[in-house]
Structures are given as C-alpha cells and as structure tokens.
Write a protein that binds this ligand. Structure first.
Ligand code: HEC
Length: 121
C-alpha cells in the first residue's frame, strides 16, 4: 500500500495556521467545557476587562498599554495561566493571591473560546 493516511483535520488546521504566520498553539481550538467558559466570562469581566477590554482587544486603561488578548493565540494554556499567576512587566498584576488556579484556567477557557470564534470568522 503506497497511500499514506491523511492527518487529522485538527492537525491540518494547526499546520495551515502555522504556515500562515498565525502560529496558533493547538490549545486554541481545543474543546472547552461550557460551564468553565461561563464561569471564566464572569471572572474575566470582574478581573481583566478593565485593562484588556470587554472584547479582549486591549484597553484604554493606562494609555492603552494592556495588549489585546484576542490575538494572543501563540502561547499554550499553561503559559497564559503562568502569566496571569505571576503578572508581567510593570502593568500586569499578579493574580496568585486573588484567584484560584481553577478560576484562572476558566478565564483562559473563555479567552480561547473568543479566539476560536475569531478564527472561524
Ligand atoms: C491593571 C491592568 C491589568 C489587569 C487588571 C490585567 N492585565 Fe493583563 N496585562 C496588562 C498589561 C499592561 C500587560 C502587558 C505587560 C507587559 O508585557 O509588560 C498585560 C499582559 C497580559 C498577558 C500577556 C500578553 C502578552 O502580550 O504576552 C496576558 C495573557 C494577560 N495580561 C492576561 C490577563 C488576564 C487573564 C487578566 C485577568 C485575570 C489580566 N490580564 C488583568 C494589564 C492588566
């Protein structure tokens, strides 16, 4: 048999996105639990929206220095969770004492659901 098996559609999508320069991590299109996305939506609004914007596209707070999260498809879930836990630079606070790890994970599930919807557009 000379025919090779076609790769899984998800893998093809990831490869196409990578080839297009998007460099989206495979975590972007991973299926998320609806309950976690819902919890993450409320937590995002309460903790992140004032800086990163209600639509995730970056905020006007602090002279617009908070970056857009909707296009932040490159880093893995684990890395995004780590950034939220530790904080970053001068403007991004650490949430290690305010949020449980599972709450941060829910926020990332919500961020991913927005990113995935934008990719589908
Ligand atoms: C007080 C404003 C503020 C709040 C609140 C805030 N952020 Fe940030 N965030 C920033 C700024 C400013 C940066 C850029 C930091 C840098 O790179 O120096 C950032 C960076 C990030 C990054 C890294 C983006 C990149 O380009 O690498 C992630 C991910 C992130 N924030 C997620 C969140 C999440 C999730 C929340 C809510 C739990 C949140 N942030 C709350 C201001 C904020």
């Amino acid at each position: 048999m000379m025919r090779t098996k076609l790769a899984a559609p998800g893998l093809v999508l990831a490869l196409v996105l990578a080839a297009c320069g998007g460099g989206a991590s495979p975590d972007v299109t991973k299926v998320r639990e609806a309950a976690s996305v819902e919890a993450g939506t409320a937590l995002y609004e309460a903790n992140c929206a004032r800086c990163h914007g209600a639509d995730l596209r970056g905020g006007s707070y602090s002279g617009g220095i908070a970056p857009s999260l909707s296009g932040k498809t490159g880093p893995s879930d684990a890395l995004l969770i780590e950034i939220v836990k530790r904080g970053r630079g001068l403007g991004m606070p650490s949430f290690a004492t305010q949020l449980e790890e599972t709450e941060i994970a829910s926020i990332i599930d919500y961020v991913r659901s927005v990113q995935a919807a934008l990719i589908d557009e």
